[in-house]
Design a protein around this ligand. Structure first.
Ligand code: PEP
Ligand code: MN
Length: 355
């Protein structure tokens, strides 16, 4: 299904600059919301986020302040003029958020993974014209992510955007949620008109990773950022380690290098044709390699030899890895490429043997 999209333009916000949404993970107290909002507004933030209903992994944690917090967000809007955004997960949330005049809604990662919940949200938004941002589902499933946006779009939501917040993994290493950048990149290829924002707070899970992740997102041509910012991050009731003060946020944003796409695309033309040439040669060489592999297959069949000769396979992987490293490439990457090539060669030989 093709999405019927309209840009998320908000009066007074430069449509050519990255869309920045900032604010605390959760609205905790009126004082915390107002202090954070005033500090952010003073630094130039135009869209304020705060979670009112918080999906928590285990019961017993802070599950959000609930509707009471909507009043504080209304106060933020009145006193600072910022647009406001919050997460909705049920039809009830939508109703309350719309009634409170929230300007922008987002669907959380646990919700977008559940088509029943997304459909409930879509039904509750029928006939409403409000921008909705859809976070990627916790699991790395692009179709599920797109499906969630399709459901909302079918309900008439045209000002849609996606938020890349990383993907759960069992063994957490550097990141709280693995970025798996190829997934939002593929989303961009599939739906070029869809704005994509990056959420470096939830990807990184730690403050130090916010700046590099923001820069990476900008370098990949993302359209905006949603960043958790709190007036006193260490005391935050949720996601304390991944929030920064409004002053630090301002520092991070000021250091970002935003590359102008128009300029680069023109200049890239020549380099891109060189890439095309390289790719053509790669395909030619690969097809030659597969032809030879098939010949080897015929030989093995005639001489009744097994297809897989581990010694030879290891030799290829080691030799090519070392060769790649000598040419300034990452040995692990080359190994991965040759594993894939070898797998296909084996498949081709199997075909011959089984003929
Ligand atoms: C959030 O933005 O605070 C949040 C709960 O995010 P996610 O759905 O990405 O975990
Ligand atoms: Mn959070």
């Amino acid at each position: 299904m093709e999405l019927n999209l309209k840009p998320i333009t908000l009066p007074g916000i430069d449509p050519n600059a990255p869309l920045v949404i900032a604010g605390p993970c959760s609205a905790e107290t009126e004082e915390q919301v107002m202090n954070t909002a005033h500090e952010l507004a003073a630094k130039g933030t135009r869209i304020f986020r705060a979670g009112i209903w918080k999906p928590r992994t285990k019961p017993g944690g802070f599950e959000g302040i609930g509707v009471e917090g909507l009043r504080w967000i209304q106060r933020v809007k009145e006193e600072t003029g910022m647009y406001t955004a919050t997460e909705v997960a049920t039809a009830k949330h939508v109703e309350a958020a719309l009634e409170a005049g929230i300007d922008l809604l987002w669907v959380g990662a646990r919700t977008s993974a559940n088509p029943f919940a997304v459909q409930e949200l879509a039904d509750s938004l029928k006939g409403v014209d409000i921008p909705v941002l859809v976070k990627n589902p916790v699991n790395p499933d692009l179709e599920l992510w797109i499906g969630a946006m399709e459901r909302l779009n079918q309900a008439g939501i045209c000002r849609l955007g996606a938020i890349h917040r990383g993907f759960s993994s069992y063994d957490k290493k550097i990141y709280r949620n693995l970025p798996q950048w190829h997934i939002p990149i593929e989303l961009r290829r599939r739906i070029p008109a869809l704005p994509i924002l990056c959420d470096p707070s939830h990807i990184g899970g730690k403050r130090e990773l916010i700046a590099p992740l923001c820069q990476q997102a900008m370098d990949l041509g993302f359209d905006g950022l949603i960043i958790e910012s709190h007036c006193n991050p260490d005391q935050a009731w949720s996601d304390a380690s991944q929030q920064v003060t409004p002053a630090v946020l301002d520092y991070i944003l000021n250091l970002l290098v935003i590359r102008k796409e128009k300029q680069t695309t023109e200049n890239l033309h020549e380099l891109r044709s060189q890439i095309d040439e390289c790719d053509n040669s790669l395909i030619e060489v690969l097809s030659k390699r597969m032809r030879v592999a098939r010949e080897i297959g015929t030989y093995k069949k005639e001489h009744n030899m097994p297809i897989l000769q581990t010694g030879r396979y290891n030799e290829i992987l080691d030799k090519r890895g070392a060769q790649g490293a000598l040419c300034g490439m990452d040995a692990a990457f080359i190994k991965k490429v040759f594993e894939a090539i070898h797998e296909e060669s084996v498949r081709q030989q199997m075909e011959i043997i089984n003929k």
